[in-house]
Design a protein around this ligand. Sequence first.
Ligand SMILES: Cc1ncc(C[n+]2csc(CCOP(=O)(O)OP(=O)(O)O)c2C)c(N)n1
Ligand code: SF4
Ligand SMILES: [Mg+2]
Length: 317
Amino acid sequence: MYESTNEWDIELESRVCTLADYKGAEARWCPGCGDHAVLNAVQRLARDKQLPPEKTVVLSGIGCSSRFPHYMSTYGFHGLHGRAFPVACGVRSRRPDLHIFVVTGDGDCCAIGTAHWIHAIRYNMNLTILLLDNNIYGLTKNQTSPTTRIGECSSTHPKGSLLSPLSPITVTLGITNASFVAQTVDWISPHLYNTIRAAYEHPGASFVRILQRCPHFTSHVFDGPLHDPNQVLLMKHQRGIPLDAAVATKFTNQVEHDPDNLAEARALSERADAYPIGLFYRNENALRYDLATSAGIHVPAAQKLEAVEKNLESFVI
Ligand SMILES: Cc1ncc(C[n+]2csc(CCOP(=O)(O)OP(=O)(O)O)c2C)c(N)n1
Ligand code: SF4
Ligand SMILES: [Mg+2]
């Protein structure tokens, strides 16, 4: 029987981890794919926070983006399509000591994984969730995803996508007990890094949608914000994502947004004139299911069994 003890505690000699300690296999994404930038940011964060590789887990579903765990030299779980969330919740429910990252794609999260996405946000366990959104199913060769814009041609809709895209941010903001919702882009590296870092530091389920370039299939979709800084709307606040000076100077289309203000966050997430980046919403008081259910997590199984049997004895007639 599985026994929840501290048996996984490893005595480590003091050491300093470098970037090389977090680099796994050579990434096989296409040249110019935005996934490379996200990988670099996560590896830098792990180095800066000195996360022990043997105490770090990266979980994913299926997709180009979901190949992420292979490229980290940590524990990893490249799971079933859409199922990274329940696995991550399971890991978290038994292992409060681990640093857990979930990497998912717009197909993996917003199509087949939708139910799991909603409940993972609602359970608000301590997870850093990165949604790499390239507006397409990349791995399965250019198929329409829930975030594909109307009229975009794909292999499943060669004459153009018919439905309005789903907004992962608007949906997440609508989930009860959401506690951290942010958006960034792969091509503004200081903002990308600071957002992932703030998400990691948030004690709860932090959801970050990253607009991710796919030069192979959707090379044009982010041309607007990529080439015109005015199409990026920088959300700023003293409790928001820390702003790099160069980013604040370049992106002058800015809005002061208090991440406590859920109604304003929802309105911002629906803006069609620019891509808001920064922190939409943060609630440090949201209940954390991993904490609420952690009583007795270190009690050995034999002791638990003894307590159960003692209780059952009171029903003996
Ligand atoms: C149960 C199941 N259904 C369908 C597939 C096929 N499939 C693999 S990846 C994928 C879409 C991935 O898209 P996304 O999450 O956006 O990742 P990307 O490749 O764009 O990074 C699909 C439909 C599968 N592997 N398993
Ligand atoms: S197909 Fe697109 S998402 Fe997949 S690796 Fe290539 S550029 Fe990246
Ligand atoms: Mg995708």
